[in-house]
Design a protein around this ligand. Structure first.
Ligand SMILES: [Zn+2]
Ligand SMILES: [Zn+2]
Length: 361
């Protein structure tokens, strides 16, 4: 692309200059000819200036498409950024409403009807899940996913980001919503209003896992209360009370809301959690899943087999992801809230086999 541009430019220049010389030499320099020659020269210089300003050896059809779709992408990104704040408020609002309903209606029923040891187990399990959900959601939204260092020499990189014009370390990708490169980028999550990357990937996954477990727990615990509430609301609808008192029906509607919401979230978030667990099993991110799938297909057509350099085996992948180094860490770092940093700096990666990276200087 670059050489074609240069060739076209120099050819146009040669033709224009030759024509100018012919005009000057052939007609002996009348005033009209001089003016048109001068105008032609100005025109050719303007064209040259425009070409030199627009010229870029990296420009290709992708760049052209990017330019055409830039306004649409900008609108979508801005909307996603704005919706991110609304989605975070929605998560906080819905979670709080579930907690309030559980405290107002479910816990008093459990304490009054269940034996002491069952009530104690319910209280401990429910509060442990609430603690884990709150901690990991807070950490996932407030922790920066990590960005490549700027103006630092000798950064190992595999390419240059066209948007940031900085070296991209392995596993780094540009987020168009945050408008910045993110280390080991997984995806941009509107529910967190944050990118999921190297430094908050564990918090994101733990939040999904504990939120799913919490919703399953609420859904199962409130099943009998949901059936009672549903039947009661049905009977209210068929024969409404004469004094139009809705005190009892409000409690029943809250229980129905609790069960429907927690059951729906269990299914939807459970599916997402399983998908991410599968990716962690393979030692890849959501972005890498697409890239690796394409690469597998491309190499298969050439009779070769693709190998993911970041796949260290299932158990080691999980240990690296969760930051588990000793047996005790399964309890202190996985089952309890922990702020330990992830393995590595997100720039240099331990690969299962050698891969060619270049050093940006
Ligand atoms: Zn970038
Ligand atoms: Zn982002």
């Amino acid at each position: 692309m670059g050489s074609a541009w240069r060739w076209q430019l120099s050819r146009s220049m040669r033709l224009v200059l030759r024509w100018c010389r012919q005009q000057r030499g052939g007609r002996g320099g009348g005033s009209r000819t001089q003016i048109s020659s001068r105008l032609l020269e100005l025109w050719s210089y303007s064209k040259l200036l425009l070409h030199s300003l627009c010229y870029n050896s990296l420009a290709d059809s992708d760049t052209l498409l990017d330019c055409v779709f830039e306004p649409i992408i900008w609108i979508v990104d801005s909307l996603t950024r704005w919706f991110g704040v609304a989605f975070v408020c929605l998560v906080v609002l819905l979670t709080s409403s579930v907690v309030i309903i559980v405290y107002l209606f479910v816990i008093p029923t459990i304490i009054s009807t269940y034996p002491v040891h069952w009530a104690a187990w319910h209280l401990s399990c429910g509060h442990w899940l609430l603690l884990m959900i709150t901690f990991h959601y807070y950490k996932a939204t407030t922790t920066s996913p990590g960005h490549p260092p700027k103006n630092k020499l000798n950064t190992p990189s595999v390419s240059i980001c066209k948007k940031c014009v900085t070296p991209k370390p392995p596993r780094t990708h540009h987020c168009s919503i945050c408008n910045v490169c993110v280390l080991k980028m997984d995806h941009h999550c509107p529910w967190l209003n944050n990118c999921v990357g190297h430094f908050n990937h564990r918090y994101f996954f733990s939040f999904c896992l504990y939120m799913t477990l919490g919703c399953i727990y609420c859904s199962i615990s409130s099943w009998e209360m949901f059936l009672e509430a549903y039947n009661a609301v049905e009977s209210y609808n068929q024969t409404p009370p004469p004094d139009h008192s809705f005190g009892g029906s409000t409690a029943h509607k809250c229980i129905i809301f609790l069960w429907v919401l927690t059951s729906s979230v269990s299914v939807a978030l459970g599916g997402l959690t399983l998908w991410h667990a599968r990716l962690i099993n393979r030692g890849e991110t959501s972005v890498e899943r697409h890239i690796n799938r394409k690469e597998t297909k491309r190499l298969r057509e050439r009779g070769k087999v693709f190998r993911n350099p970041h796949h260290h085996g299932k158990i080691k992948n999980w240990k690296l992801f969760l930051g588990v180094e000793t047996r005790r860490h399964w309890f202190t770092r996985v089952l309890l809230p922990s702020s330990h940093p992830p393995n590595g700096d997100g720039i240099v990666w331990d690969c299962t086999f050698n891969r060619r990276y270049f050093i940006a200087v």
